[in-house]
Design a protein around this ligand. Structure first.
Ligand code: N01
Length: 495
């Protein structure tokens, strides 16, 4: 509900979250001369999902040259695919080089956002008792921020160590231990090769195999870093090439085209090349169309599965007890540690905290049947509120940073436009938002994501509020211009 408050200062922009999205937004606003910014961060450190996902093997499956902002390139990447440590170094560099830490209030977990239409002010309250008011609010808390544990009977009875990929226990020594990894998604296939080097016995519990492509990871030559340092345009050119290469993959990942068949043949050849045993080959070959779930990249996952200390288990897990895991085969597997690589709780039909817009409307209840926004960034009835990685902005084939950057530029343009027009608020028109979503859902129906697999992209009803059904170029192009005719502009007198 709207909060009337005359004592708390009114800032220009309030940002929730100090990960890539929040920091990038602050940086670009600062470059446009907007410095009155507050970032509320629930943790005691910056970095968002990269701060939290520190499991062994954590790395980006997008080439490192595509994994920095174009307005703050990183010439120093040491590998073709960066590990999480190096990505965190880049994030720390961003914050330090551009003086972004001064905006951040750490250990402040937002518990609600509410809009006061009279004043045109957003108010955020935190669990720790902080109140922040601002003219514009940016929700940059990230979609993959809360670890998800499966609902397996007896989970709490296990007497050994329980670890989640997104909440790693670095004090636990896996050497010589009997370890179970549950989950074979993007996190699982990165963890398994590392734990296979340490555990005495590693059992990988797979419910559904994913399509996996070879990952061409190599150390970058020193001369390349020197060149990128001295000639940033050389790095920009490489980046452009990588971007276009990923764009060309879109037709194979997002839609069922001949390119999709070609990619699937490549993934099958990868299995044939790396997996000698016929039974194992069959077990790790997916039955769904490539692209339906995230396509993974690994050249060391299949070899790890074939190490003597490792075994893939495809019998469904029936229960967990104090000693380990019981499968439908009726066998009890005993472990010292259970590793959950089971992903994140993604609030597809709600918001991570209550968000109240005009006239007390509440976003979570409006989104009960599926989240909808305009260009993934604004929602009608919630003026001056922007979302990064809002509904339908997920990339299936290209760098998340390309999408984040397009959204940041849209926010910066909106904030500067409001200032130059001297208007209090901009609120996207309901009819424009509705048309936008009708069009999106029509396009989504024709994508591989709708081809029948079970993925975190879809709600239980099969509604896709996660992915953008097109090229990154298309997404970025639509974000280049703020079309004022799509908005209801509210002047300071309320007109
Ligand atoms: O999680 P997931 P993730 N019993 O949800 C299984 C990003 N990311 O952390 O497929 C047994 O994909 C589940 O099985 P199934 C990226 O966007 C990026 O791996 O549902 N198994 C699946 O195998 C990615 O999409 C990078 O049948 C159970 C696994 O757990 C997102 O994070 C790296 C189970 C969960 O897979 C999430 O990836 C890592 C149960 N009861 C992550 N419940 C980059 O490189 C679930 N599972 C950038």
């Amino acid at each position: 509900m709207a909060v009337t408050d005359t004592e708390t200062p009114i800032h220009r922009v309030l940002i929730v979250g100090a990960g890539f999205s929040g920091l990038g937004t602050a940086l670009r606003l600062q470059q446009e001369g907007i410095d009155d910014i507050v970032i509320l961060e629930r943790a005691s450190e910056i970095g968002g999902t990269w701060r939290d996902n520190t499991y062994p093997g954590a790395a980006c499956d997008i080439p490192s040259n595509l994994y920095s902002f174009s307005f703050a390139q990183n010439p120093a990447w040491s590998r073709s695919y960066a590990g999480s440590n190096e990505i965190m170094e880049y994030i720390h560099w961003l914050a330090d080089a551009y003086g972004l830490r001064r905006y951040i209030r750490f250990n402040q977990r937002v518990q609600g956002l509410s809009y006061d239409s009279e004043e045109g002010i957003w108010t955020a309250t935190t669990e720790q008792g902080e109140t922040v008011r601002a003219r514009q609010a940016v929700m940059a808390q990230g979609p993959l921020s809360n670890p998800s544990y499966p609902n397996i009977p007896g989970l709490n009875d296990f007497q050994g160590r329980v670890v989640h990929s997104a909440d790693w226990d670095h004090d636990y020594d896996f050497n010589g231990k009997r370890v179970a990894v549950i989950g074979t998604g993007a996190s699982g296939v990165q963890i398994v090769p590392e734990l296979a080097k340490q555990a005495s016995k590693l059992r990988v519990f797979q419910r559904t195999p994913c399509w996996i492509m070879p990952r061409l990871d190599f150390r970058k030559p020193e001369w390349q870093k020197t060149l990128f340092n001295k000639v940033p345009s050389a790095q920009a050119a490489i980046r452009k090439g990588l971007f276009l290469a990923h764009e060309s993959m879109a037709t194979g990942i997002i839609w069922d085209t001949p390119v999709n068949n070609a990619l699937e043949r490549l993934a099958r050849a990868h299995i044939r090349h790396q997996v000698k045993d016929r039974w194992l080959r069959r077990q790790v070959t997916p039955e769904f169309k490539l692209g339906c779930k995230r396509v993974l990249m690994s050249s060391d996952y299949y070899p790890a599965l074939q190490q003597d200390n490792c075994e893939l288990i495809t019998w469904p897990i029936v229960a967990i007890n104090e000693n380990g895991i019981r499968t439908a085969e009726g066998i009890e597997h005993q472990f010292d540690c259970l590793v959950f690589a089971t992903g994140f709780s993604v609030p597809k039909t709600g918001t991570p905290f209550p968000v109240y817009g005009e006239n007390g409307r509440e976003l979570g209840s409006e989104w009960e049947k599926g989240a909808q926004a305009y260009k993934s960034i604004n929602v009608a009835g919630y003026p001056n509120l922007f979302m990064i990685f809002g509904p339908n902005s997920g990339p299936g084939h290209n760098s998340a940073l390309v999408y984040i950057e397009a959204q940041i530029e849209y926010i910066v343009k909106s904030v500067t436009t409001l200032r130059s027009l001297g208007v209090k608020a901009m609120d996207v028109r309901e009819d424009v938002q509705k048309r936008h979503n009708q069009h999106l859902q029509k396009r989504l129906a024709r994508t591989t994501w709708n081809s029948g697999c079970n993925s975190w992209y879809l709600t239980e009803d099969g509604f896709n509020a996660t992915m953008y059904p097109g090229f990154a170029t298309q997404y970025a192009r639509q974000m280049k211009q703020v079309r004022l005719e799509d908005y209801r502009l509210v002047s300071s007198t309320g007109q």
